[in-house]
Ligand binder design. Structure first.
Ligand SMILES: [Zn+2]
Length: 221
């Protein structure tokens, strides 16, 4: 799950939908949870649900979500506690991605929180698995499409490892979404990987003075 930096916003919103465009400017037209590119009907998502006392108009309580993650999550979490959040945590450290399982919780100190997060949004739904998608849930189709395109692009890159190739691939990646699929497929390509990462607006990857990622301020990983 891509860690994002949405910054602060002092606007006094009268409806949460007014925060959509400012959020998109900061973190792009992507679902904050499943990473799908959402060009239509992207929703301003309340991290702590309004039904559970979450602030309805507070920037701090907003992310962007696809209809599938939004409806699966619903009001099932009482608070942020016990889960990982891309605006608070280094979520890219906690999840792994492959074609079969979609999303897995990596071994480590926050594995329980990662597993709870996967369950909350149904991020591991795949046909033939114990977590079958509902008929209307098409996230897995788009994720597999991104895998396919990323693997084709990797082959093109390895045959033509030129900066302009990486730039074009980065444009394809940013258009399709699924940041973690692209960064997983290109993980062993140090010349192309940073260019692809840069194409996704609002990715959080702050480093300390020694160039290391550290536990995020306010986060648990
Ligand atoms: Zn989603």
């Amino acid at each position: 799950m891509r860690a994002v930096e949405k910054g602060t916003n002092a606007t006094v919103f009268t409806h949460w939908n007014e925060a959509r465009n400012p959020l998109v400017d900061k973190i792009g037209w992507y679902c904050s949870y499943c990473e799908m590119s959402v060009r239509q009907l992207i929703a301003v998502e309340h991290i702590v649900p309004r039904d559970n006392g979450g602030a309805p108009l507070a920037w701090e309580n907003f992310l962007l979500s696809c209809v599938y993650c939004n409806s699966q999550k619903s009001a099932r979490n009482q608070s942020r506690t016990g889960y990982l959040w891309p605006d608070r945590d280094n979520t890219d450290f906690a999840f792994g991605y492959n074609k079969v399982d979609a999303t897995i919780a990596l071994p480590g100190p926050v594995t329980p929180e990662a597993e709870a997060t996967i369950d909350l949004m149904g991020l591991n739904r795949m046909p033939g698995s114990a977590h079958a998608p509902t008929e209307r849930d098409t996230r897995w189709i788009h994720r597999l499409d991104a895998w396919s395109q990323a693997e084709k692009c990797l082959s093109i890159w390895q045959n033509h490892p030129q900066p302009y190739t990486a730039e074009l691939i980065a444009m394809v990646a940013a258009g399709m979404g699924f940041y973690s699929v692209w960064t997983t497929v290109f993980a062993a390509e140090p010349l192309a990987l940073p260019i692809i990462k840069q194409a996704f607006v609002g990715t959080f990857a702050e480093q300390d003075a020694n160039g290391l990622r550290v536990i995020r301020a306010g986060g648990v990983v």
